[in-house]
Design a protein around this ligand. Structure first.
Ligand code: HDD
Length: 716
């Protein structure tokens, strides 16, 4: 048997601590025989115990009763928000120790320590079985199993929130959830009660701008940012506090879907984001995120034109840069969704020495709500004993009993102080590392009043709008039109438009014109003209290093396809980290122009362009003729084109792109590679396919979408 010190020798960073702990409760039933819950072996589970072949079932049938009773109790309440999620284990490691000047949190400051993590991504409004690609905020909750105890960073993929004080959370959630009289609509904010709330609660407007933007439609959980949202506090060895905002940046860049695509994926593959995460980890393409911090000395608490305690505000990155701290890699899927992803319990108040709270009233309410909700959701106070929730740090206290107590505490004392149990568990010895609350001096009258410093609802909503590129602005206007277009009450539409007039007059007019209400006559709040480039995901992805890695490519083939060309292309695409699949009018295989068999991954009509990042039509006159007469194939290409995706063709494949709606330049005669608006073509065929073809296509994939492409006339 190995001892814990042996284990430390082989895993000094501690990255495997959590998995080793979980190994003790993992069950593999391979090679076992069926038993009851009491361990009694069973040789018959298809028929209940009855009196004769056609007689009544006997109460005595303990096996049938146990089996059915357990089944009857399989469900627990879903989360009241963030019900739908997907989780994965990972490991976090700091790059170096620079943050030690600000915090004693070892997992953030000791580069030799590799802290196990569990992350759960989620949508907010929908039920557990709702679709992934809805317009919504995404949860990004991380549990760090540190050696000093569990630290939970329970964040979202947007850096601000809808409300400033947690007492408004039930109002907000009631407004966005399906309406109570008919429980419609599922997982959507496009309905009356939500927009009624927004129009009457203008503090929500900044978050609304984010929600109407492409950020609400992530291409992948692997390609979205995460934010701790609140201003938290780091505390160093001298007890000095520093304000901090936490940021996660995905290594693959930040990318989104387009709205039409989201709605279609909702039907074609409701598990789109969940599947994407699962498959990436199964195939070893581990998602990675960099943790960064914005630090503000306490002396600068009032140096901003907003309040650091107001969760509807960001600190613009141009004002306080995000400094990299370390990297998290997600490298293991759960074994059992319910046991791990459903039963994981996050709590903003799970902090470790070196991290503390501020008086942000939203955070203060959260520090109450998460424990409270777990008590009902997970059935009592012992949920921290559920394997996924257990710290790797030892838990030794006098908490006892309660539902689902799974430890056997020996001895006769469960109180402090005691002499009968040797005084244990004892208080930490003087000088030991303990959690000690940050000693903030607080003074005041008991009042119910929103601080005056929280009352600018519009400046940062305007900042966000000003920072968007033209395509992003177009998407936001279209989103407002879609959402308000689903609101029945005209006065609500008007009230939202009137609110938007405080954000930007042109925005309000464009939205009003789309939803049939009066455009505001004049500007009420002049646009301050400031912008923050870091807010635009398109600006950021153009400026940064981008990669086509893990992008899914559909290659459309049929009988007579250029097999040599296809094989060359597949190899080149794989070398560049993308994931090509061959789609044909039927599953199985197609015969190439050379008479060889080419295995097919999927039948075209079982998939759709919305499930891929880009499409290629290879050469082969017969193959292309067949595809041209197949409605699914033609639609596949048109739809990818409409969604601004990279589209490519070589040789005769170009004919399928030669459409009246595609006003792009295509390669003709001997043109080697032509790139226009994300459409990559080459006249080459068979073995002559130049490597520049794959290079140009992958470059377009890395850029994600060709926003300059005109798509208005595309019949898809
Ligand atoms: Fe919350 C779940 C994120 C405000 C009350 N929240 C929940 C989850 C995330 C967030 C990611 C899912 C955790 C998981 O995967 O299990 N919530 C946020 C963020 C907020 C926020 C980033 C604002 C900055 N939340 C917020 C407030 C309250 C809550 C103001 C209540 C006063 N949130 C809850 C909850 C949930 C929850 C009811 C439901 C399930 C759970 O906690 O475990 O307690």
């Amino acid at each position: 048997m190995s001892t814990s010190s042996d284990r430390r020798d082989t895993d000094p960073g501690g990255a495997d601590d959590k998995q080793r702990q979980l190994d003790d409760v993992r069950l593999d039933l391979t090679g076992t025989e069926l038993t009851t819950d009491q361990g009694v072996r069973i040789d018959h589970t298809d028929d209940a115990l009855t009196v004769g072949e056609r007689g009544p079932t006997l109460l005595e049938d303990f096996h049938a009763r146990e089996k059915i009773t357990h089944f009857d109790h399989e469900r627990i309440p879903e989360r009241v928000v963030h019900a739908r999620g997907a989780g994965a284990y990972g490991v976090f490691q700091p790059y170096d120790d620079w943050l030690a000047e600000y915090t004693v949190a070892e997992f953030l400051t000791n580069p030799a320590v590799r802290t196990p993590t569990f992350v759960r991504f989620s949508t907010v409004a929908g039920s557990r079985g709702s679709a992934d690609t809805v317009r919504d905020v995404r949860g990004f909750a991380t549990k760090f199993y540190t050696r000093q105890g569990n630290y939970d960073l329970v964040g979202n993929n947007m850096p601000v929130f809808f409300i400033q004080d947690g007492i408004k959370f039930p109002d907000f959630v009631h407004a966005v959830k399906p309406e109570p009289h008919n429980e419609i609509p599922q997982a959507q904010s496009a309905h009356d009660t939500f927009w009624d709330f927004v129009s009457l609660q203008p503090e929500s407007l900044h978050m609304i701008m984010w929600l109407m933007s492409d950020r609400a439609l992530p291409r992948s959980y692997r390609m979205m940012q995460g934010f701790g949202v609140h201003t938290f506090r780091l505390v160093n060895a001298e007890g000095r506090g520093t304000f901090v905002k936490f940021h996660w940046k995905p290594v693959l860049g930040v990318h989104s879907l387009v709205w039409d695509e989201c709605q279609k994926i909702g039907g074609k593959d409701p598990d789109y984001n969940r599947r994407d995460l699962w498959e990436a980890i199964e195939t070893g393409q581990f998602p990675e995120y960099e943790l960064g911090v914005q630090l503000v000395p306490e002396s600068d608490e009032f140096a901003f034109d907003f309040d650091l305690l107001d969760s509807t505000k960001i600190i613009p990155e141009e004002q306080v840069p995000v400094r990299p701290v370390g990297r998290m890699t997600l490298n293991r899927n759960p074994d059992n969704f319910f046991a791990e992803t459903e039963q994981v319990a996050f709590h903003t108040a799970n902090v470790v020495p070196g991290i503390d709270f501020t008086n942000d009233p939203l955070l203060q309410a959260r520090n109450f709500s998460y424990l409270d909700t777990q008590l009902i959701r997970l059935g009592g106070p012992n949920f921290p004993q559920i394997p996924v929730n257990r710290p790797v740090a030892p838990v030794t206290n006098n908490q006892r009993d309660g539902y689902h107590q799974s430890f056997i505490h020996k001895g006769r004392t469960s109180y402090f102080k005691n002499s009968l149990g040797g005084g244990c568990p004892a208080l930490a010895a003087p000088g030991a590392e303990v959690f000690s609350h940050y000693q903030e001096k607080v003074e005041g009258h008991k009042i119910r009043k929103r601080s005056e410093s929280f009352k600018d609802f519009y400046s940062q909503a305007t900042l966000f709008w000003n920072s968007m590129t033209e395509p992003e602005k177009k998407h936001i206007v279209a989103a407002f039109r879609f959402e308000l277009g689903h609101v029945d009450h005209k006065h609500v539409r008007q009230a939202v438009v009137d609110q938007l007039n405080h954000v930007d007059h042109n925005l309000a007019v464009m939205v009003a014109n789309g939803v049939g209400v009066n455009p505001p006559e004049r500007e009420v709040t002049p646009n301050h003209g400031r912008s923050s480039p870091a807010l635009s995901q398109i600006t950021m992805s153009l400026g940064g290093t981008v990669s086509p890695a893990t992008r899914k490519v559909a290659i459309l083939v049929a009988e007579g396809v250029d097999g040599v060309g296809v094989r060359t292309l597949v190899e080149q695409l794989r070398e560049r980290g993308t994931m090509p699949e061959l789609l044909a009018p039927h599953d199985g295989a197609v015969r190439t122009a050379d008479g060889e068999e080419l295995p097919v991954d999927r039948a075209i009509n079982t998939m759709a362009s919305v499930l891929y990042d880009g499409v290629v039509v290879p050469c082969g006159p017969d193959s292309v003729r067949m595809l041209a007469s197949d409605g699914y194939a033609v639609h596949f290409v048109a739809e990818a084109f409409k969604h601004h995706k990279p589209v490519a063709a070589f040789g005769a494949g170009i004919d399928l792109l030669d459409q009246p709606w595609a006003s792009v330049k295509l390669a003709r005669d001997d043109e080697s590679v032509v790139v226009d608006q994300g459409v990559v073509t080459s006249s080459a065929a068979r073995g002559d396919l130049p490597t520049e073809f794959a290079d140009a296509f992958c470059e377009a994939l890395a850029r994600h979408r060709a926003w300059d492409r005109s798509t208005d006339g595309v019949p898809a």
